[in-house]
Write a protein that binds this ligand. Structure first.
Ligand SMILES: Nc1ncnc2c1ncn2[C@@H]1O[C@H](COP(=O)(O)OP(=O)(O)OP(=O)(O)O)[C@@H](O)[C@H]1O
Ligand SMILES: O=P(O)(O)OC[C@H]1O[C@](O)(CO)[C@@H](O)[C@@H]1O
Ligand SMILES: [Mg+2]
Length: 529
């Protein structure tokens, strides 16, 4: 077979350690991981004031007529996808994925098939990351690179099946792992990954149980996955494989990957999981293991950079409607009723903002990105007083990460190192009761905390489609030979992004964005700062 010349060499030391049969995928040459280590940052403009920018961390001289070209070159380098070819001297073979192929059939001569009907994506295809041309930095939500906010094209790699692949499907062992908190759609993604792997002709697919723990806890064995096993898992919420936080020792995980002979690892998780997956990718690279590590971003918080949205978010927002609607009915039916709903969102207020917008029943939306006071003439409590006087009732939606500065600082962290937040919902509830008691006005406060109800449910239709496409593209990305990448949706197009580019920080609601402005227009709330 015309395939991958240097796969026949292996790393004898590592293999001996785990008493494995020799595999073709360990490569003894000393080639360093070539990935750039730059991260997004801020650029100084010529007046030396800091402009909010989309990317790049070097100083740019905007008086240089070539600055835009340098910026774009730098951008292209950063968004270039890490590929197994960067480390291994490998050659591709024609893909076994064909829309005319149904798994069992081996395609000997791909050229006889019509490419267009198979839907292959060219390696050089790109999607535009930013699509708005702002005429001024003062435009709502403007993300500017230079002081004039000029138009700079930023292209990222298009996701999809390639005509050439870098693995022999019959020899591949693929692993899937789900980490972090639950999220609607995890099962849909697992299911599509399995389906698509089988379409390529992969026979060995395993699920690692309970997140990264599954790699090192001998009490939780890997489980074999097949179309039959995953056929109906999308009908329920949760994760077939289980999830967990903490305990990610990268060296142990990579030892385990090596010992199990995993060639492709699909990692479903949020920011923390992505950081772990990137380290796994780098460690595999350092050990010269030919393993493709591909992430699928999972978080109801929608806080992953550069993406339109993450799967599970839509469902969470939809589920949050039920809580908001109940709070509204309670508040509306009571004399001086005040409904309060706390929604998830550790660092970002996307769920609270979108749920408020969707319900149309919220009078006050509080998110982590926008500071507020409870007390004083411009505080939330005075506004509630006004709402009770004028409307007779009020409904508040607060994100869990909002107003943490009003509470005692928390020194606790969870197993993954995330700060355990103080309960802003309980605090606001107490403050409202106290305030109305002090001013001698009756208020009937009803507090609803639907926290786990909005994520322990089955994906809705829009998330189910998103999960399907992301799961398929994750497999296409691995077969295309990429590693250390994640798959996302940018401006409605599906793309591959280097993990490193999406983990530099959580994505936040921009208080200057049109969406936040729309939310304020909808609630009619004033500025509480
Ligand atoms: N910086 C990091 N480097 C390596 N591993 C990490 C890092 N941060 C977190 N992890 C590991 O990734 C896994 C998931 O992390 P975490 O609990 O933060 O969830 P997450 O992926 O951010 O998802 P969620 O959106 O539910 O918070 C854990 O096993 C954790 O130990
Ligand atoms: O209680 P757990 O499982 O740690 O999850 C809570 C966290 O999950 C998240 O929704 C992220 O998935 C955060 O907003 C929230 O703080
Ligand atoms: Mg996280």
């Amino acid at each position: 077979m015309a395939f991958v010349s240097s796969f026949n060499a292996y790393n004898v030391v590592n293999l001996a350690k785990h008493s494995l049969p020799p595999k073709r995928d360990y490569y003894p040459f000393s080639i360093d991981c070539p990935r750039l280590t730059r991260s997004p940052g801020r650029v100084k403009n010529k007046q030396s004031t800091l402009v909010r920018v989309v990317s790049a961390n070097q100083d740019i001289d905007f008086t240089d007529p070539e600055w835009k070209r340098s910026f774009q070159d730098d951008f292209d380098l950063r968004f270039n996808l890490p590929h197994l070819r960067d480390v291994f001297d490998i050659k591709p073979r024609p893909t076994t994925f064909s829309l005319k192929n149904r798994g069992s059939q081996v395609i000997d001569n791909i050229d006889v098939l019509e490419d267009r009907k198979n839907g292959y994506v060219n390696e050089d295809d790109r999607a535009l990351l930013r699509v708005i041309r702002y005429s001024s930095p003062t435009s709502a939500g403007a993300e500017c690179i230079d002081p004039d906010c000029s138009w700079v094209e930023q292209w990222v790699h298009r996701a999809g099946p390639r005509k050439q692949i870098y693995f022999e499907p019959g020899e591949v062992k693929a692993g899937i792992v789900t980490c972090g908190g639950l999220c609607p759609g995890l099962n849909d993604v697992i299911r599509q990954i399995v389906f698509t792997l089988e379409l390529y002709g992969v026979k060995q697919i395993v699920g690692m149980q309970y997140g990264y723990r599954g790699f090192f806890d001998e009490g939780v064995p890997e489980i074999a996955l097949s179309r039959q096993v995953v056929q109906n898992i999308n009908l329920a919420g949760g994760s077939l494989l289980g999830v967990s936080r903490g305990g990610a020792n990268i060296s142990d995980i990579v030892d385990s990957i090596q010992a199990r002979g995993i060639d492709m690892l699909f990692v479903l998780g949020g920011n923390g999981t992505h950081a772990g997956a990137n380290e796994i990718h780098n460690e595999c690279c350092r050990r010269k293991m030919k393993v493709s590590v591909v992430c699928v971003p999972k978080t109801i918080d929608n806080d992953i950079l550069l993406m339109d949205k993450t799967f599970g978010f839509d469902t969470a927002v939809e589920e949050a409607q039920r809580a908001i609607n109940s709070a509204y009915i309670e508040a509306h039916s009571a004399y001086h009723g005040i409904g309060l709903v706390k929604l998830m969102g550790r660092s970002s207020g996307f769920i609270a903002m979108h749920a408020s917008l969707a319900s149309g029943q919220i009078d006050v939306c509080l998110i982590p990105e926008v500071p507020f006071s409870l007390d004083g003439p411009y505080g939330v409590l005075r506004h509630l007083q006004h709402l009770i006087q004028t409307k007779g009732s009020a409904v508040i939606c607060v994100a869990e990460g909002a107003g943490q500065d009003l509470l005692e600082k928390s020194n606790l962290t969870d197993a993954s190192g995330n700060v355990v937040l103080r309960d802003i919902g309980v605090h606001i509830q107490h403050q409202i009761k106290k305030h109305f008691k002090e001013i001698g006005v009756p208020a009937d406060v009803k507090y609803i905390d639907p926290t786990y109800m909005i994520r322990a449910c089955r994906a809705n239709a829009s998330d189910a489609i998103l999960c399907t496409v992301l799961g398929q593209n994750a497999v296409h990305g691995a077969f295309a030979g990429y590693s250390g990448i994640t798959v996302g949706i940018c401006n409605t197009h599906y793309v591959y992004l280097p993990i490193q580019e999406v983990i530099s920080s959580p994505k936040y609601v921009d208080p200057n964005s049109r969406m936040w402005h729309r939310c304020l227009t909808s609630t009619g709330q004033p500025d509480f700062s």
